[in-house]
Write a protein that binds this ligand. Structure first.
Ligand SMILES: Cc1ncc(COP(=O)(O)O)c(C=O)c1O
Length: 371
């Protein structure tokens, strides 16, 4: 295991006695950030944890012209014993490197990347919200910083990590979202930047999302970009459908679908909770017939932000299909509790998914179980 030589710089600000209220999602950032640079021929260098600050970039930096940039997202969770849990961060690090190679960027050393995350989170433990369902969001980023207008891979890169205390995704409780099936816009394409976590894929999703909002919906269900027939994802989440209250069906990874860590975890957890899973190509016409006939009893998005976001209705070609009760379904509730109990360290982790970050002087909190 490599040992990253991180220089720790002093900061003026420490964690506030009380975190901002309301916290929102990704609106507040901690006092420190991690940075390191890459130079072709030299590799990664100058690893520093220093004050959170604006970046000074030349307007010709390659990221602004070619968009050579990747990011990822994971969370640190407050455990009842006062320490913190990181959840499957090595999966996020592998995905970060998958995105890097697709964008012709250098990979990071996984152990060093994880060490940077652990050190930063440890220093910033005072910013981890203790409120039920809240967490410290971790955002690693890599951008191309060579100053050139040439269309080619940059020779220098900046890798940084920032942290944001975030409120529970569903502030008012677990609420189903309305979803619009887009067949006008597509999000990404296999063979393109498809499954990479690069901002262009998100920028490309905004017009379709605005269209869905204008039509009275909250999220978009994306179809594949080649045939516009197979289900890819919902918003910035993976999607699953529950058949007959039991079997969980999700699109198989296709090259355009993000390798979601939550998806992967729920597909492993669900069978252990009594729900078999299948992964295949899901034809939208067949799917809508199954929604109409009542065979599909629930649908939900899966992602780090919400963990599970139940789908209440689907709008497709002028018709709106509602799921039975309009309330989150029993399978969504059970999976949500099963996974979040592991993430927050409220139960033993039989899968070895969590890494504990020890906090000096950690004091146990009163354990609270989510309904
Ligand atoms: C497009 C997209 N799909 C799915 C996900 C869910 O992935 P994860 O469970 O790793 O958060 C995300 C979030 O990162 C995403 O941006």
């Amino acid at each position: 295991m490599s040992k990253l030589d991180i220089r720790i710089e002093p900061v003026m600000q420490s964690a506030p006695a009380a975190l901002p209220d309301p916290l929102g999602f990704g609106r507040h950032f901690t006092a420190r950030m991690f940075t390191q640079y890459y130079t072709t021929g030299k590799g990664w260098h100058d690893a520093v944890i220093g004050p959170y600050r604006p970046l000074a970039l030349d307007p010709a930096a390659q990221v602004f012209h070619c968009g050579q940039m990747i990011f990822d997202g994971t969370k640190a969770y407050a455990r009842p014993d006062g320490n913190l849990n990181l959840f499957r961060v090595e999966k996020n690090a592998e995905r970060f490197n998958l995105s890097a190679s697709r964008l012709a960027m250098p990979e990071v050393d996984i152990d060093e990347h994880l060490e940077a995350i652990s050190e930063l989170v440890k220093l910033e433990h005072g910013w981890v919200p203790k409120q039920e369902g809240a967490a410290l969001y971790i955002r690693p980023v890599m951008i191309a910083v060579e100053n050139t207008l040439e269309v080619r891979a940059s020779r220098t890169f900046l890798h940084y990590i920032i942290l944001s205390p975030v409120a529970p995704y569903f502030a008012g409780g677990f609420k189903p979202v309305s979803v619009f099936v887009s067949d006008g816009y597509v999000r990404t394409v296999r063979g393109g930047t498809g499954e990479a976590k690069t901002p262009g894929n998100y920028a490309g999703s905004l017009a379709g999302t605005e269209e869905a909002i204008a039509a009275g919906y909250q999220q978009v269900l994306w179809l594949d970009a080649v045939e516009r027939r197979y289900v890819d994802e919902v918003g910035a989440m993976n999607i699953a459908f529950v058949y007959d209250g039991k079997t969980i069906r999700t699109p198989m990874l296709s090259g355009a679908i993000l390798h979601g860590v939550t998806r992967d975890s729920l597909l492993k957890l669900a069978p252990d909770l009594g729900y078999p899973v299948t992964q295949d190509r899901i034809d939208i016409h067949e799917l809508m017939r199954d929604v109409e006939s009542g065979r599909i009893t629930e649908a939900f998005g899966m992602g780090t932000g919400a963990v599970i976001a139940p789908v209440g209705s689907l709008g497709y070609r002028g018709r709106n299909y509602k799921f039975a009760s309009g309330e989150p379904g029993p399978v969504a509730r059970k999976l949500f509790k099963g996974l979040t109990d592991i993430q927050y360290g409220r139960v033993a982790d039989p899968y070895g998914w969590t890494r504990m970050v020890e906090v000096a002087g950690a004091k146990p909190r009163r354990a609270s179980a989510r309904a």
